[in-house]
Design a binder for this molecule. Structure first.
Ligand code: CTP
Ligand code: CA
Length: 233
């Protein structure tokens, strides 16, 4: 356990945050990815640190400057992100893990060493075979001595947000889920605002539309409150 010299309601708490997209290479010049700026995850890492937490940020490729002070590891693919997250969880007893990353659900089954070339103008596009990626949130949620005390997922949904998010909470085995509507017109992907529903085991809160920084601060505060009264998860 790292020694904390920070102050605030999360002083002494270790938090793991995954953020950003993952890139799944197809050949040296192409990849498959999710839309994600990383803004929500980076804002969360910063808000947790502002309340005194020791933050470990595991980030896919983004254009953002990581928050100062915390530990940051960068990766490209879902499998790299999974390896970094599980390795971190084995070496640090995390009080909370928050998976904000937009992990690519699938990766190209074959990564070509050379750029795939068009061969002629009437050629069909090459077939794209995919393989499923590991589910980092589900793996972190599995019962084990290194399971973070509280595991929180984000759920990107485009319709029936709350119902889908509840199903996801149950399926993944995490403790809380933060659901956001990323449907057409929501402007969440890449945007600076977010509107979320926080689902814990005993409550559902519909938050107003807020900046991603404000969503991050509220979530960090909710966590700090939970650590004071962890019985009501
Ligand atoms: N997640 C993850 N690893 C994956 C896929 C998702 O850790 N391979 C995490 C995300 O970081 C997020 C949560 O799981 O916290 C939900 O991600 P989402 O894409 O909304 O859910 P999926 O289970 O992948 O379902 P679907 O994309 O089909 O809605
Ligand atoms: Ca997904």
């Amino acid at each position: 356990r790292r020694q904390s010299r920070r102050i605030g309601p999360l002083a002494g708490k270790n938090c793991l945050v995954t953020a950003g997209p993952t890139h799944e290479p197809l050949d040296p010049v192409r990849y498959l990815a999710n839309r994600s700026s990383g803004k929500q995850g980076y804002a969360l890492a910063e808000a947790l640190a502002d309340l005194g937490a020791e933050v470990t940020l595991i980030s896919g490729p983004t254009a953002l400057r990581p928050p100062a002070g915390g530990a940051v590891s960068f990766c490209e693919t879902a499998r790299q992100m999974r390896d970094l997250a599980l390795k971190a969880a084995r070496s640090t007893a995390f009080d909370a893990a928050i998976c904000t990353a937009a992990v690519a659900d699938w990766r190209p089954a074959h990564v070509q060493d050379q750029k795939i070339k068009k061969t002629g103008k009437d050629d069909l596009p090459p077939p794209l075979a995919l393989l499923p990626n590991p589910d980092i949130l589900a793996e972190l949620s599995e019962p084990s001595p290194s399971r973070p005390r509280l595991v929180i997922g984000f759920a990107a949904e485009t319709e029936t947000v709350e119902a889908h998010a509840r199903a996801k909470l149950a399926r993944k085995g995490c403790d809380w889920i933060v659901a956001n509507n990323v449907g057409a017109g929501s402007d969440v992907m890449g945007g600076s605002e977010n509107q979320v529903i926080l689902i814990t085991q005993d409550k559902v809160e519909h938050w107003p539309r807020l900046s991603k920084e404000e969503v991050a601060r509220r979530l960090a505060t909710t966590l700090a409150d939970w650590f004071l009264k962890p019985h009501k998860s």
